[in-house]
Design a protein around this ligand. Structure first.
Ligand code: GZL
Length: 329
């Protein structure tokens, strides 16, 4: 009987001081060849994460040959590592993880290897040696950032603003998360390189990928900075919070170029409503793709080490057409 662990990393729902959090099985482990899925989800920090959870929950069903064990992490790596050990103890056949941060995974993934459990990494990468996982599937975050910068350059050119001096507020995701590292690198490269003479980052701070924290951080930034030309926000939820903060500060957010990441339906609608100017897409619907990877492993197929999601950039020109296909609410 095969069991599968799906781990999108952050921390466990069950608050256990130090111990391996319990996991609630939503279905008893059944025989008959069903694969039991242990899913330690990141948390509920964003619309992306909710869509990611839904994608796994709707794929890993008994009808598709799986049982689901669901637990939740809340962005705490220690609890996620404990979750991995808990699932290894349960004797699963596969582990899928989406590391909340890129570092700190060697030991527990070595334990998984020692237990003979193949690891798939999805959503965010981990800095581990190649022998500790089978394959990675998810976003190419530096490319997402580069695409957003390219969009900004095009927007400025179209509006005869290429020579503008820009004050940029940079809302970062969870520090150390692969998504934050890549999206930040793209902006830092642009500001320190081709646009060093005109673009400056007047504030750079993490909003932890949440709306509430994004608003709080933006409010604090606006206390010291009233001239904001661009907000580069590393996910839609922080963008929502930033827009609220701008409004509360009496700044017309429509006078600010707002760049976001993910592509929630709400954010795509906000492009149409001219509240957001650009969204660089990041696809959360990874459940079926992880399922396909497992089937390929079962069939003995060779897999590439890395598979990047195919992603676009949305603005006023293509948001309407994309809206019906946008994920989430
Ligand atoms: C990206 C994912 C990020 C999203 C955020 O693959 O890890 O985490 O951009 C989410 O919305 O919280």
């Amino acid at each position: 009987m095969k069991k599968l662990i799906i781990l999108a990393m952050a921390a466990m729902l069950t608050a256990c001081a130090g111990g391996a959090p319990a996991s609630q099985s939503s279905a008893s482990n059944s025989g008959g060849g069903l694969i039991t899925v242990g899913f330690a989800q990141v948390g509920a920090e964003s619309g992306w994460r909710t869509a990611n959870t839904d994608s796994f929950k709707s794929y890993f069903t008994e009808a598709n040959g799986f049982n689901l064990i669901f637990s939740d992490a809340q962005q705490d790596q220690n609890k996620q590592i404990a979750a991995v050990r808990d699932f290894i103890t349960q004797g699963v056949d596969y582990i899928d993880i989406a590391p909340v941060t890129t570092t700190g995974w060697e030991t527990v993934l070595q334990e998984a290897k020692d237990a003979g459990i193949p690891v798939i990494i999805s959503d965010r990468k981990a800095d581990v040696s190649d022998d500790l996982y089978v394959t990675y599937i998810g976003g190419n975050f530096e490319q997402e950032g580069s695409d957003a910068i390219k969009w900004l350059e095009g927007y400025l050119a179209e509006n005869n603003r290429s020579d503008d001096e820009l004050n940029i507020v940079h809302l970062q995701g969870t520090i150390g998360a692969d998504a934050q590292i890549g999206r930040t690198k793209a902006l830092d490269t642009a500001v320190s390189g081709p646009h060093a003479d005109k673009w400056s980052i007047i504030a750079q701070q993490t909003g932890e990928f949440t709306e509430a924290r994004g608003q709080e951080v933006m409010e604090a930034i606006l206390k010291n900075n009233t001239k904001v030309d661009v907000v580069y926000s590393e996910n839609d939820d922080m963008t929502y919070g930033a827009i609220t903060a701008l409004k509360n500060a009496g700044i017309d957010h429509k006078d600010v170029i707002i760049i976001s990441f993910d592509g929630n339906k709400k954010a795509i609608q906000m492009i149409i409503d001219a509240d957001i100017d650009c969204v660089a897409e990041c696809n959360p619907l990874l459940g079926p793709q992880v399922g396909d990877i497992i089937k390929k492993i079962e069939a003995g197929d060779t897999l590439p080490k890395v598979t990047y999601s195919i992603e676009s950039v949305y603005d006023i020109k293509n948001a309407e057409a994309h809206l019906p296909d946008a994920f989430g609410s």
